[in-house]
Design a protein around this ligand. Structure first.
Ligand SMILES: [Zn+2]
Length: 161
């Protein structure tokens, strides 16, 4: 089922999402809904809080081929290395893109939809997408990852409108 994507400044986007411990049908339905909603919106990642569910789950799909979607439940980034910057967008901020500095490589521990513990290493765009969605689980939005001077400039230019 396609869900409505919650947009900034909805308060659920600023909450710390809670751990999941039920890996039954309701979680599977949520993950399937995230996939359908993300595809319909042409996104490469979507986190549960973006459909109003404050739980620690997100999906990413940068390859966009059948079966290439990756699901992360209760994730924990254990290592981040290198530097990269991509022009990022967010389905909760329609029309806005910003170049955000991120780690180039990320190692993540997580559980799959059956509760099995997994480990995954990602690089490049996939690593960026993982970091972006992971942030959503902690209520951190991509614009908050902008360098300080850029955030300041945005504030000044908005105040002068
Ligand atoms: Zn986002």
């Amino acid at each position: 089922m396609r869900r409505t994507i919650v947009e900034y400044p909805h308060p659920v986007l600023k909450q710390r999402a809670v751990e999941l411990n039920d890996f039954g049908p309701s979680l599977h339905a949520l993950l399937d809904d995230l996939f359908e909603t993300m595809k319909a919106a042409d996104g490469i990642g979507l986190a549960a809080p973006q459909v109003g569910e404050s739980v620690r789950a997100f999906i990413v799909d940068v390859e966009n081929t059948p079966g290439s979607v990756r699901e992360f439940i209760n994730p924990e980034c254990i290592e981040m290395k290198g530097k990269i910057a991509f022009e990022e967008g967010c389905l909760s901020f329609p029309g806005l893109t910003e170049t955000i500095p991120r780690a180039k490589n990320v190692t993540i521990l997580y559980q799959d939809r059956h509760g099995k513990k997994q480990r995954f290493e990602a690089e490049g765009l996939l690593a960026v997408a993982i970091q972006h969605e992971y942030d959503h689980l902690d209520g951190v939005l991509f614009i908050e990852r902008l360098p300080f001077w850029k955030r300041l400039w945005r504030k000044v230019s908005m105040n002068n409108r």
